[in-house]
Design a protein. Structure first.
Length: 260
């Protein structure tokens, strides 16, 4: 399912805290000023650029630390916490070993938002940071629509946007490259399932997405699911993960360098 958003449809979903952090602004007056400038810039972009969401809800089940997609047979290998004192969690723990539903998604912006302002450093930075926020806002709104309508496992949900940003909803939306799903190369497997080029996303040799202002990941509905960090893993898990990814250990070590 592909959704095309106008910029004004997403502005209320923007989490401005991350925008201020990117500018390294802690003073409220400075934040207020940059917010006014950002609002004006967004209005100038509205109608010229669009934001996209792409998702698929499918049958899947867990097998050990893999999430297996039934229709395609694609296996999504997950990592498991190994550090002493952790919960020793894997995202596969939140998927039943019997057929159930999961979601896979990607969001992105028109590529021009990252290339059309190269001649003016301030506008280029503003456009890039707002593009990042819009891609995240699209993921937030798309996930809300999935929970309440397309998947419909939370039809009675009635949360404010602030409550959604505080993750008060049922289920989680772990993104590729984030602490519970750190291997960016998983984008190759996700791309095999949903074909990201439908919304203009291409992948680098490492699996990074272009435009940079793009988000991809999973949607899980388990009521006890929550976010966590994989943290450091041992050589035993690296070898097992490489086997499940069907890749050489040396390549996997590069993909997981921050976790080794």
């Amino acid at each position: 399912m592909k959704i095309v958003y106008e910029i004004h449809e997403l502005t209320s979903y923007i989490n401005w805290a991350y925008f201020y952090f990117a500018w390294q602004l802690k003073d409220e007056r400075q934040q207020s000023q940059i917010r006014m400038e950002a609002d004006a810039f967004l209005k100038s972009l509205d109608g010229k650029y669009k934001v996209y969401a792409l998702f698929q809800i499918m049958d899947a089940y867990s097998e050990s630390d893999d999430i297996v997609l039934l229709q395609s047979g694609v296996r999504l290998p997950m990592l498991r916490q190994q550090q002493v004192g952790s919960e020793y969690l894997s995202l596969a723990d939140f998927v039943s070993d019997k057929p159930t539903k999961i979601g896979i998604f990607a969001t992105s912006v028109d590529r021009g938002m990252e290339t059309d302002f190269d001649d003016e450093p301030y506008q280029k930075m503003m456009a890039q940071l707002l593009a990042d926020r819009l891609a995240e806002a699209a993921a937030e709104r798309m996930h809300e629509e999935v929970r309440k309508n397309y998947w419909g496992y939370a039809t009675d949900e009635n949360l404010s946007i602030k409550e959604m940003q505080m993750e008060r909803f049922v289920g989680i939306r772990p993104a590729v490259g984030y602490p519970s799903l750190p291997d960016v190369s998983l984008n190759f497997l996700i791309n095999d399932v949903i074909d990201m080029k439908q919304i203009g996303i291409s992948l680098t040799e490492s699996g990074a997405m272009r435009p940079h202002a793009s988000v991809s990941g999973l949607m899980l509905s388990h009521p006890k699911s929550h976010y966590f960090s994989i943290g450091k893993i041992g050589d035993d898990q690296v070898a097992d993960y490489a086997r499940r990814r069907q890749l050489p250990v040396e390549i996997v070590r590069k993909f997981l360098s921050a976790n080794i």
